[in-house]
Ligand binder design. Structure first.
Ligand code: ZN
Length: 317
């Protein structure tokens, strides 16, 4: 039996009040409803785990695979540390902030903190996000929140497909209506809600806010800083590195033609096909890669070929 295979994963869908139908329209996923907000594509988080689709581990949950076969990942982390999602913001998401590992460890039962990043897959004309805030001190932050001066406090940035945003813990942020993103984040589900546009649910209730914790963890001052990214070219492949730090490395791979990949670095990789389609070939096997496919290349899977015209977001810890 050939154990050296790519690990294809079955996503888990999450319904959200701000969700829509674009995960079906853009990726042909069978979504559970017209308010599908999230596709947890590569996840070992207990709130929604990916299941292996193929090969000797078919049917296993990613978290179980991680525990039972550490040799596939060669990681120092006790739990699968990352979570890759697609999000369809059909309406504005609530404005929020996440804690770092130290704060979450103390206040959230040992959860990880949440540093995340977004690749904008699709954006309607005029779409924007909230990224950062304009307060210069904690006193000013508290005052602007208490007075509800959200337009003075929150930094709004227009977005288009192909943009990338690094969102470290402590950054006040929100996706705006009409944006679809691929999110790479720490495997955490801890969110402190700052502002929900005073929206009421069908029973007339406001959603809970977590202002005290949010003010505790917000980085001050924090303003948006535009990133610039390097792209390196090889035969059939252009690789753009968006971020590489202690939490994760995230790259965009543009394949056009045939690209020969040689590994060497002993790291597993998480890959998501976000546009186009192609084929992965290795060890005499070939695997179709339609748009919307998510898979892991385990450690040791380091000599392969990608062919076609496709775009992938590739990450590792
Ligand atoms: Zn977030």
């Amino acid at each position: 039996m050939n154990l050296n295979q790519p690990i294809f994963l079955q996503p888990v869908f999450q319904e959200r009040i701000w969700g829509g139908t674009k995960l079906n329209e853009l990726f042909q996923y069978e979504i559970p409803s017209n308010t599908t907000g999230e596709c947890w594509a590569v996840s070992a988080h207990p709130n929604g785990q990916s299941v292996v689709n193929n090969g000797p581990y078919a049917g296993m949950k990613l978290g179980d695979l991680w525990s039972a076969h550490p040799e596939l990942f060669a990681s120092k982390s006790a739990v699968f540390p990352l979570l890759t999602k697609l999000l369809d913001a059909s309406d504005d998401l609530s404005v929020q902030v996440h804690p770092d590992d130290a704060y979450a460890g103390v206040h959230e039962n040992g959860e990880l903190g949440k540093t995340e990043c977004w690749y904008i897959v699709d954006a309607e004309p005029g779409a924007s996000i909230i990224y950062g805030h304009e307060a210069h001190s904690k006193e000013q932050l508290v005052q602007l929140i208490q007075e509800g001066k959200w337009n003075d406090l929150l930094t709004s940035i227009p977005v288009k497909s192909g943009d990338f945003f690094y969102v470290p813990s402590g950054t006040i942020h929100a996706l705006g209506r009409g944006v679809v993103v691929l999110e790479t984040q720490q495997s955490s589900d801890t969110t402190y809600r700052v502002y929900d546009y005073d929206r009421r649910d069908k029973d007339g209730n406001l959603r809970e806010l977590h202002l005290e914790k949010a003010i505790d963890v917000t980085t001050i001052p924090q303003a948006y800083v535009a990133g610039s990214y390097n792209t390196r070219q090889a035969e059939g492949l252009a690789v753009t590195t968006f971020v590489s730090n202690d939490f994760f490395t995230v790259e965009k791979w543009d394949v056009d033609g045939t690209a020969q990949l040689r590994g060497g670095e002993q790291k597993y990789k998480i890959l998501s096909v976000i546009d186009g389609s192609g084929v992965l070939r290795a060890d005499g096997q070939s695997y179709e890669l339609p748009k919307g496919t998510h898979f892991i290349l385990p450690v040791g899977f380091d000599s392969y070929e990608l062919e076609g015209k496709l775009q992938l977001i590739v990450s590792n810890e």
